[in-house]
Design a protein around this ligand. Structure first.
Ligand code: SAM
Length: 272
């Protein structure tokens, strides 16, 4: 039987972990490490972020994700990847920022989850060249950071086998039922409250130049439907859980040729 390490050894290990957390900062995700240490307990967004969001979403997901292939887009320090891996999923986690990926890889080791998650430095658009679908696509906190948000949404919707968890920053206002058409002389209706709308941000929002767009809830729901998804639940503010629409192919017929042309799918090479 091995004896428990002496208290000094435990304190020294904790000190080393605290140092590593500091070296890897600044953090955006407050991760709870197995030692009890947290990476950002005083979060500027308030509360225990993103755990409070996860607690709203978690009851809507299957407890057992064994056999599920999950894609976490914009994984940051990996909070959601860790929760999904704990439920048994195999996760591909992408982010463009090596700083956050360093945090995620280190934390995965601390949590003993490294074997379940493949962290990769990549743009969401890089998926265009990758074959394969995902049972669950996790697309939270990234849409509004993209210059080409619908391209990304369409790309991801087509790779969603069972569920997509979507979150974006929004404009205030509730979603209303969309209208199928608007006459050319009736365009004032496009300015009515509740019409699907997306504000373009040329410089910055909240001091952040990577915030490009802010859609209202009506626009979010219209875009999700139009990309071939059906909204199943709203687990919390600015969050939508979706499944593929039964008529997804018909929904995509209007934009599929544009999408395929951009991502180079189904197109003969220019040499032919
Ligand atoms: C606001 S954070 C959201 C993090 C996490 N998904 C969440 O919901 O807590 C946005 C993350 O997306 C990453 N990101 C931004 N643009 C991206 C892109 N084009 N492709 C992949 N990741 C991107 C950022 O580096 C950052 O880690």
């Amino acid at each position: 039987m091995t004896s428990a390490p002496p208290p000094e050894a435990i304190e020294a290990a904790l000190d080393a972990q605290r140092r590593r957390v500091r070296e890897l900062g600044p953090w955006f995700h407050n991760l709870h490490l197995p030692s009890g240490l947290q990476t950002l307990p005083e979060h500027p967004l308030g509360g225990d972020f993103p755990r409070f969001k996860w607690l709203q979403i978690a009851p809507h997901l299957p407890e057992d994700l064994r056999g599920w292939r999950v894609l976490d887009v914009g994984c940051n320090a990996g909070f959601y990847s860790f929760e999904l891996a704990r439920r048994g999923a195999q996760v591909l986690a992408l982010d463009v920022d090596p700083h956050y990926l360093d945090q995620a890889r280190w934390a995965a080791g601390e949590m003993g989850l490294a074997g379940r998650i493949d962290f990769r430095c990549a743009q969401v658009y890089d998926l265009a060249g990758e074959p394969g679908d995902f049972d669950l696509v996790w697309f939270m906190g990234v849409f509004y950071h993209l210059r080409y948000p619908l391209l990304a949404l369409d790309l991801l919707a087509r790779r969603t086998r069972r569920l997509m968890m979507f979150q974006t920053l929004t404009l205030p206002g509730d979603a209303v039922d969309g209208a199928p058409d608007c006459g050319i002389d009736e365009r004032a209706r496009l300015c009515a409250p509740g019409w699907p709308r997306m504000a373009f941000i040329e410089e910055r929002l909240a001091g952040d130049p990577t915030n490009w767009w802010a859609p209202n809830a009506a626009a979010v729901e219209a875009m999700l439907r139009s990309s071939g998804l059906q909204i199943r639940a709203r687990p919390g503010h600015e969050m939508w859980l979706c499944t593929p629409r039964a008529d997804a192919q018909a929904a995509r017929a209007m934009w599929q040729p544009q999408h395929d042309s951009i991502v180079g799918e189904g197109r003969p090479s220019p040499a032919h």
